[in-house]
Design a binder for this molecule. Structure first.
Ligand SMILES: [Zn+2]
Length: 106
């Protein structure tokens, strides 16, 4: 009977996700909850336009509910005052600039 290689990784398992990707995209499990879907939808209905684009005088439909203060930096996940509507490009830009910010040591 064939035996499995002693390597802890099995070929059918997905490759390890790069660390920096995890650090950034380690999405809170809350994102997959129905509660978040509801909160997101509600926020987009109250603020349908991208906040960043609005500041620049453009009207762009928002598709992303962003946490103004990232959750990993202490922002409240369920704090609706911490929400802002963004379009995808604006959200990507914001996430990119936040990537280098480290949480404060406590
Ligand atoms: Zn935008």
């Amino acid at each position: 009977m064939p035996t499995l290689p002693s390597s802890p990784r099995r070929p059918w398992q997905p490759k390890q996700v790069p660390k920096e990707y995890v650090a950034h995209a380690a999405r809170s499990p809350e994102y997959s909850t129905a509660r978040w879907q509801k909160a997101r939808k509600l926020h987009l209905s109250t603020e349908p336009c991208c906040r960043e684009c609005t500041k620049r005088g453009r009207t762009v439909v928002a598709t992303v509910v962003d946490h103004i203060l990232p959750v990993r930096l202490g922002g409240g996940f369920w704090d609706t005052r911490n929400y802002q509507s963004l379009c995808k490009p604006c959200h990507a830009r914001k996430s990119q600039s936040e990537r280098t910010i480290q949480p404060k040591q406590s």
